[in-house]
Design a protein around this ligand. Structure first.
Ligand code: F6P
Length: 359
């Protein structure tokens, strides 16, 4: 078969490992031929391709980024965009397409599938909030980067008697924040699933310091929001073609508010794209490889309109519609784990309360 591959949306460590696994199994076991569409859906829309053979995937297993590059192009937003994509797939004599991406990329996969294109999806989001699968590759790497940063911030916070606010990725969900916050021993963890009160954060820190602690670590997901009534300025920049506002800045605003309300010297560290860059962990290389093998097998089983998925320890698949239907939020069990580590009379537990859980 002649198979197209693309990577869309924000990059993740492990994309190259998926591409390599697909190409190697496809060539060695199925005698497939591959075409790489460059920069996500832009490559399909503008017919920009590169050959993908064994030589092209040589040595890319440990490499971050994606050899196919990526973009947040949305063909559904362009005039006749989906028709142009279908035409370009035909021109390239593509029998099946494997799309690596999150809910935005896969919403386009689903639209093309409904128009007769044979698509298989591979789940990808650093935020780890895609439904239908237990884990996305790249998340483990991001958690390790963030945990390592929190460990480093700890020692300097302690040396200077400071509050350090560490801002991590997580637009709609707090997976990176809660994993790295628990693993790094943070004193307060703020996630989009639980709108928070700045006054409560300030009270928690004040009580902690009154008990004799002289430094604190606050981990905040970039998409965390304030509970009713309170506001502060964060940077809100332009939206992408899927309508998402570019986030960033809550760490700085929160640090300023903490300092003014508590009097404790406070600094912010914004990890940003450092979490998405660099070489994948061994866990992510393994998961990415299993997803790649699962995807090429789905193609040859003729099971299109499906996304490979990790369920427990097993690779399986779900309809793409399941993956794009809703965001997968941090579950209560993890929130309970984080809360259990905090002194319920003094620290943090109120920030992770059970009430305002999203529907
Ligand atoms: O969607 C994944 C994500 O990493 C978010 O956590 C973050 O808000 C966004 O992408 C950053 O996007 P960009 O790389 O376009 O700045």
């Amino acid at each position: 078969m002649k198979i197209g591959i693309l990577t869309g949306g924000g990059d993740c460590p492990g994309l190259n490992a998926v591409i390599r696994a697909i190409v190697r199994k496809g060539i060695f076991h199925y005698e497939d031929e591959f075409v790489g569409f460059l920069e996500g859906w832009r490559g399909v829309l503008e017919n920009v391709t590169r050959p993908l053979d064994l030589e092209a995937v040589k040595g890319i297993l440990p490499q971050g980024g994606t050899i196919l590059r990526t973009s947040r192009t949305n063909p559904a937003k362009k005039e006749n965009g989906l028709d142009i994509c279908i035409e370009n797939l035909r021109k390239n004599k593509i029998d099946a397409l494997i799309a690596l991406g999150g809910d935005d990329t896969q919403s386009v996969s689903q639209k093309l599938f409904e128009r007769g294109i044979k698509v298989v999806a591979v789940p990808k989001t650093i935020d780890n909030d895609l439904s239908g699968t237990d884990y996305c590759f790249g998340f483990d790497t991001a958690v390790n980067v963030a945990t390592n940063a929190i460990d480093r911030v700890h020692t300097t916070a302690e040396a200077h008697n400071r509050v350090m606010v560490v801002e991590v990725m997580g637009r709609d969900s707090g997976w990176i924040a809660i994993y790295s916050g628990v693993a790094g021993g943070a004193d307060v963890i703020l996630i989009p699933e639980r709108p928070f009160s700045i006054n409560e954060v300030a009270d928690v820190l004040t009580r902690r310091h009154a008990r004799g602690r002289y430094f604190s670590i606050v981990v905040v997901a970039e998409g965390a929001t304030l509970a009713g009534g309170e506001t502060f300025a964060t940077e809100r920049r332009k939206t992408d073609e899927f309508g998402h506002v570019r986030l960033g800045g809550i760490g700085n605003s929160l640090a300023a508010e903490i300092e003014s309300r508590t009097g404790f010297e406070t600094r912010a560290v914004i990890l940003g794209h450092i979490q998405r860059g660099g070489s994948p962990t061994a866990f992510d290389r393994m998961l990415a490889t299993r997803y790649g093998i699962g995807a090429i097998d789905l193609v040859h089983q003729g099971r299109f309109g499906r996304m490979v998925a990790l369920k427990g320890n097993d690779i399986s698949s779900v309809p793409i519609t399941d993956a794009i239907a809703k965001t997968r939020y941090v579950n209560q069990e993890l929130i309970d784990v984080a809360s259990s580590l905090l002194d319920k009379h003094t620290e943090g537990v109120s920030l992770l309360r059970r009430d305002n859980q999203p529907a």
